[in-house]
Design a protein around this ligand. Structure first.
Ligand SMILES: [Mg+2]
Length: 413
């Protein structure tokens, strides 16, 4: 294929079973074996190798079920901090080959595909894949196309360890012809159900459908996908993430609980994580939500608006307590909790709370600074609220230090 420097193209890079690959980078023993990575305090499989997938293990499967299907498997606990290290290294390699890279998720990037003089898109795709493999030992798949929607479809089709560029319409159509529309990011069950009465089942059906019809069925979002499938790039590569509307922290408890003191400990842990995030982004929360999910399917929520936006532990905890009380269902076993900060204001734009005495404020700020500095030097959560003591086991296990959503710079969470 010849090179057409005037043609703009987008690349999509996706690591192959990334968490497993990351574990294999530091432990050769795992190569070629069925490997599962466990999350949720070890309760379920959050990633599996192709060998384990062949044994019938699916993502999200509880460990006891996975063990039944794949007793010879090697099960390891997730370590998001290590995955983030590798992720940043992959990003560094891609940046050597592209002037614009979007960090879409921990193992997925979009990038402006710019071949060197005399190089084809196909060669560029292969080069990036091979370079990452040589330098880091992580297998990835790279797809290059005229738009990001097409690039992602191509890399999905070329997995694992694939490299493929498709920039001609005829090749694009061959790719789209037997792929169901649900393979497009952004078209899940409900949207697909709206399309099927019109005979739109495959990606090619969608690309060939009347644009106005697609817009009436799927709004402007669907129309954007229509353009993208037809080779018009309308979704740009986002080098910088847009400002947050909300920040959230929380997740599964691993072991469900009905103990108020344990629930309160989780509230404080999640709040400390949330404050790290507010500080990182330099914003203060104007409103706080606490959401608790129970084993019996019930859920509870509480919301509180702050007098003035804040990122201070004492003030946010004062707001969080009544929220938890509202979200609490006595004696019901709780499984998950989420804290959501909304109405985010850049900290420098926050007014002072006139009812918050100055000495109170400077004291709270001094404590926050001390906490930040000690934890930066001696390890995350070394200095934390005593209310988290009922969760001693969680803190003792270093694998719990990081959660996937604590990794920064992602667009998808
Ligand atoms: Mg992946």
């Amino acid at each position: 294929m010849w090179t057409r420097p005037e043609l703009k193209a987008v690349g999509h890079l996706d690591a192959d079973c990334f968490y497993v690959s990351a574990e294999r980078v530091r432990d050769e023993f795992l190569r070629g074996k069925p490997v599962g990575v466990l999350g949720n305090q070890g309760a379920c499989v959050i990633a599996k190798s192709y060998e384990m997938k062949r044994a019938g293990v699916a993502t999200g499967m509880p460990i006891w079920e996975a063990l039944g299907k794949c007793p010879a498997g090697v099960y390891v606990k997730r370590d998001f901090r290590w995955y983030e290290v590798l992720s940043r290294l992959m990003l560094g390699v891609v940046r050597e080959y592209s002037p614009r890279v979007e960090y879409y998720s921990i193992d997925e990037f979009f990038f402006a595909a710019v071949p060197a003089r005399g190089q084809t898109f196909q060669e560029l795709a292969g080069l990036i894949r091979d370079r990452i493999w040589e330098r880091l030992g992580v297998p990835v798949t790279v797809g290059i196309a005229r738009t990001r929607t097409l690039a992602k479809l191509i890399s999905d089709a070329a997995k694992p360890f694939g490299a493929r560029a498709v920039v001609d319409r005829r090749d694009e159509e061959a790719l789209l012809i037997d792929r169901p529309v649900t393979e497009i990011t952004g078209i899940a069950g409900r949207r697909a159900a709206r399309l099927s009465p019109w005979g739109i089942v495959t990606c090619l059906d969608l690309a060939r459908a009347d644009r106005r019809l697609v817009r009436s069925l799927l709004t402007a979002t669907g129309e954007a996908l229509w353009w993208e499938l037809n080779g018009e790039a309308v979704q740009p590569i986002q080098v910088q993430r847009p400002a947050h509307k909300a920040l959230a922290r929380g997740g599964s408890f691993g072991e469900s609980t009905a103990e108020p003191v344990v629930l309160y400990a989780w509230l404080v842990r999640n709040l400390e994580r949330l404050i790290e995030e507010l500080e990182y982004h330099g914003v203060a929360a104007g409103r706080l939500n606490v959401w608790v999910v129970y084993k019996n399917g019930q859920s509870g929520a509480g919301q509180m608006t702050l007098a003035v936006p804040s990122d201070r532990f004492d003030l946010l905890l004062d707001a969080a307590r009544p929220c938890l009380r509202r979200a609490w269902v006595p004696r019901a076993l709780a499984t998950h909790m989420h804290l959501i900060a909304e109405d985010l204001t850049p900290r420098r734009d926050c007014p002072l709370d006139l009812f918050d005495p100055a000495e109170h404020r400077s004291q709270a700020q001094a404590v926050a600074r001390l906490k930040r500095e000690i934890n930066a030097r001696h390890g995350r959560f070394v200095l934390r609220s005593a209310a988290t003591l009922p969760l001693a086991a969680i803190y003792r296990d270093t694998a719990n230090e990081y959660d996937i959503c604590d990794i920064r710079g992602k667009l998808c969470f």
